[in-house]
Write a protein that binds this ligand. Sequence first.
Ligand SMILES: [Zn+2]
Length: 78
Amino acid sequence: MQTRHGFSTFDISEIESNELYKYFKEFKGLEKYCEFVGCTHIKEPVCGIKKAVEEGKIDKLRYERFCKIYEELRGKVW
Ligand SMILES: [Zn+2]
C-alpha cells in the first residue's frame, strides 16, 4: 500500500483527505493564499497551491499525484 504511491514513511490510509497537503512539503505555507479555510486545493478557483503550480513553483507531476491520492482518500478505494 505504501510503495504504490512512492511513500514509505507513512500509511496513506490513515491520512484524512483534508490533511493530505501537509505531507507534501512544498505545499506547506501556501494554504494561507487559499480563499477558503478547508480548501481542498483541487477545485477551488482561488487556491495558493494551484497558483504555485501555475507559476511553476510546484512540480505539476507532484500536484497531479496529490490530486490522485486525494481522490483515493475521498473514495477509500481499498
Ligand atoms: Zn487551496
